[in-house]
Design a protein around this ligand. Structure first.
Ligand code: NDP
Length: 248
């Protein structure tokens, strides 16, 4: 595939899980991929090494998306190195599940700052370059939980619902300048984030998933690749569920 040849993509949280699969899919489509992480630098370096083995270019950037100054500086460095920025995949995210009455302010803040403020920081930094180029793709990884809610996840659901509103508002703002903004809402995907589900919890989930299995990171990456491609040029402000039908 060659549809992203020469483009520069940033995948936040590209070191593991869904972000890793997205980074590899964009690289295989010809993009030069900046893989970001906050703690697990070695994992991010492995992804870039894999991209290079496959004949692609890539780079690691280590910063906390919840930190406005660090994020802005990292994006300046990215544009300095690569000369442009075409695709932002805002994937970095965390969970700190707790029932509301037991939730500590730190658990609320950590999730909102990373998942939602992180999008503000990254999109703001990326949009400056995309506006100059009059082109770009911004893709937020939200969650079906942002649409359905889930007991014990008020912080996570609020952050993911916030991403959907953010996506729609930004799509209206940037559409006239040739930049699309969309969101992908995964269901239950096999990653470190869902590893702690017990066998019993998995078995209980399956009857609610018409396609009969949890998703893979690659299932999500295929959708992101489409939204990043020229084929999706007339799609903006949308939320695409990749959930095996969980939300029907
Ligand atoms: P993982 O926990 O496997 O990976 C999370 C990634 O985010 C890591 O690369 C991590 O970096 C990075 N990250 C976390 N916090 C920060 C931060 N403050 N700054 C920069 N990077 C950070 O998650 P998944 O792959 O499962 O999830 C990816 C996204 O998909 C998340 O937004 C999640 O909410 C969403 N999602 C996941 C679902 C699932 O079932 N797995 C379902 C629905 C949505 P490091 O390696 O350095 O820690």
């Amino acid at each position: 595939m060659t549809q992203l040849d020469g483009q520069v993509a940033v995948v936040t949280g590209g070191s593991r899980g869904i972000g890793r699969a997205i980074a590899l899919a964009l690289g295989d489509a010809g993009a030069r991929v900046v893989v970001t992480c906050t703690r697990q630098r070695a994992a991010a370096e492995d992804v870039v090494a894999l991209l290079q083995q496959r004949g692609h270019e890539g780079q690691v950037q280590q910063f906390d998306v919840a930190d406005y100054a660090a994020t802005t500086t990292a994006f300046e460095a990215i544009v300095q190195t690569w000369g442009r920025l075409d695709i932002l995949v805002n994937n970095a995210g965390i969970r700190r599940d707790q029932l509301l009455v037991r939730m500590k302010p730190e658990e609320w803040d950590a999730v909102l700052h990373t998942n939602l403020s992180g999008m503000f920081h990254c999109a703001r930094a990326a949009a400056r370059t995309m506006l100059r180029q009059r082109s770009g793709r911004i893709i937020a990884i939200t969650s079906v939980i942002g649409m359905t809610g889930n007991a014990g996840q008020t912080n996570y659901a609020a952050s993911k619902a916030g991403l959907i509103g953010f996506t729609k508002a930004l799509a209206k703002e940037l559409g006239p300048r040739g930049i699309t903004v969309n969101a992908v809402a995964p269901g239950f995907i096999e990653t470190d984030m869902t590893r702690e589900l017990s066998d019993t919890q998995r078995q209980a989930l399956l009857p609610h998933i018409p396609l009969g299995r949890l998703g893979t990171p690659e299932d999500v990456a295929s959708c992101v690749l489409f939204l990043a491609s020229e084929a999706a040029r007339y799609i903006t402000g949308e939320v695409v569920s990749v959930s095996g039908g969980l939300t029907i």
